[in-house]
Design a protein around this ligand. Structure first.
Ligand code: SAH
Ligand code: SF4
Length: 488
């Protein structure tokens, strides 16, 4: 049999992007070849998201399109990985008969064996234990295998100079609409020593920006671990919380920016708010999804806070550090959401003045309490109207907030050559090109972010990608700041 040539397609959140790096690491360690061009591959892996039906439909449709290729290339293996794999299990073949291999998010370390089985025509499925079996303990072995792969991995090439690090896996919050607790298992906080070692390694390899990940990362609570310096006595006698982990991670020499996402409002403590003020390298950006501004909806969502409590948390953070940009997710059209409820969400947006927000239309997920209890009773046309109206409101406020940056010089972490360089260059050229000497030098357009994660577009040398530079801002829209690189 010819050797495996594997291509990976990744959908969904940051956790999935990190999973994609882990899959690469696991496969490379097993001696497999990972290829960039899907046409060259004989194994196609899809890392998937199950949070909304739309995300699933896209995966089913893209897998469906492989039918003709599979007829031409009979040995082709199609693998469904991640959240959809756990949600559907092998029964997914009823809807996607082309799938040969199914692998849950916790079982990614098993992939080399699964691929070998699938290529030999044997059944290939690895699912996580049911979350009610024996709780987090049931996940211990598969977590250890993932930890080993995560620690071994080298800095991913996706965004040079930046890396994600898992702080927590799974979720126990059971927001009523959400499939995550069912597909990613119970909440498990990683050993502090493992997290800190990984941060040090990645920074040692050139990462300047680290993002600690967890579904509700501020609920991090790990049994006291030993870090590399043997600091077992550090904060002796109690569990580590996220503030502890951040303080220690921020000490890493060479680290420039530290983020932690996503934060759950119900558990956001003053101790964590203070890290924005007290811990160097912690950036002024808080992703803390509100989901709704109506108390009745929040209650049915099982979110565990009221709109007033959400506002209190934001005030607490901003009293520690006034320039923290707060970003959110919202769901519109949740079952029973009235026009007055939607108005309350708009009111919350006006009060908090978010720097940005993702807005989603409610999508009933079969496994979830909301889908079992309530009809999806807000018509799609109304969901679309609320979706558009809320996005427009968020953007109009973000545009106003962004005006405050005009004339200021900001530190930009450069992520990439601007993907929309051509278009943005034309926009830039409208009134500002003469004030932008870089464009005359023939430098390409770069895209990066302020510490508060606002997008900045400017002309500069590609060698800056993965590093930081000062940029003076001279124009701002809702989503982007445009500026000129400062000479250092
Ligand atoms: N753990 C994170 C993110 C979970 S999923 C958190 O708690 O914030 C990312 C976002 O998808 C959620 O914040 C929510 O806004 C949205 N989402 C989750 N389930 C959804 C559903 N059934 N319908 C629509 N949006 C949903
Ligand atoms: Fe889902 Fe809620 Fe957990 Fe986020 S906190 S993953 S929305 S259950």
């Amino acid at each position: 049999m010819e050797p495996a040539r594997i291509h990976i397609t990744t959908y969904g959140c940051q956790m999935n992007r990190l999973d994609s790096e882990l899959v690469q690491e696991v496969l490379l360690a097993a001696g497999a070849e990972v290829v960039d061009d899907p046409a060259r591959a004989n194994v196609l892996l899809f890392i998937t998201c199950a949070v909304r039906a739309h995300a699933e439909d896209r995966v089913f449709s893209n897998i469906g399109k492989l039918a003709a290729r599979k007829r031409r290339q009979p040995g082709l293996v199609v693998g469904l990985l991640g959240c959809m794999a756990q949600e559907h299990g092998p029964a997914v073949r009823r809807r996607a008969p082309l799938v040969d291999l199914v692998c849950a998010p916790g079982r990614l370390a098993d992939l080399p064996d699964l691929i070998a089985a699938a290529r030999a025509g044997r059944p290939a499925a690895a699912l996580d234990p049911s979350r009610d079996a024996s709780g987090a303990a049931a996940f211990a072995a598969s977590d250890a295998a993932l930890d080993a792969a995560e620690i071994r991995r080298t800095l991913g090439p996706a965004v040079p100079g930046q890396a994600y690090v898992v702080a927590m896996r799974g979720c126990d919050n059971f927001c009523s609409y959400c499939v995550v607790p069912f597909v990613r298992g119970p909440e498990r906080s990683r050993e502090p020593a493992a997290v800190l070692e990984e941060v040090r390694r990645l920074v040692g390899q050139g990462a300047r920006q680290i993002t600690l990940l967890g579904q509700a990362v501020n609920q991090y609570a790990a049994a006291q671990g030993r870090d590399r310096e043997g600091a077992a006595s550090w904060r002796a006698g109690r569990r580590w919380d996220l503030a502890d982990l951040i303080e220690k991670a921020a000490d890493t020499p060479g680290l420039s920016r530290l983020y932690f996402i996503t934060n759950h409002p119900k558990a956001f403590q003053e101790r964590l708010a203070r890290v924005f003020r007290d811990v160097p390298h912690v950036c002024p950006y808080l992703h803390m999804p509100a989901q709704s501004g109506a108390d009745a909806v929040l209650e049915r969502m099982n979110r565990g806070y009221t709109a007033a409590e959400y506002l209190d948390r934001v005030a607490m953070v901003r009293s520690a550090r006034p320039d923290v940009a707060v970003a959110s997710d919202f769901i519109v059209g949740f079952p029973g959401e009235t026009e007055a409820d939607f108005a309350a969400t708009c009111d919350l947006v006006r009060r908090v003045r978010f720097s940005g927000a993702f807005v989603f239309k409610y999508s009933p997920r079969p496994a979830t309490p909301a889908a079992r209890r309530w009809a999806d009773d807000v018509p799609d046309a109304e969901k679309r109207r609320r979706h558009g109206a809320l996005l427009a409101l968020v953007e109009s406020i973000a545009a106003e907030e962004n005006q405050a940056f005009v004339g200021r010089t900001v530190r930009v972490f450069v992520e990439e050559l601007s993907p929309r360089g051509g278009q943005a260059r034309r926009l830039n050229g409208r009134g500002t090109s003469s004030a932008n000497p870089q464009s005359a030098t023939g430098n390409p357009q770069l895209r990066g972010r302020t510490p508060c994660r606002r997008i900045v577009v400017f002309d500069g040398p590609p060698t800056l990608v993965g590093g930081e530079t000062g940029v003076q801002i001279h124009r701002a829209t809702a989503l982007t700041l445009f500026g000129t690189m400062q000479k250092t």
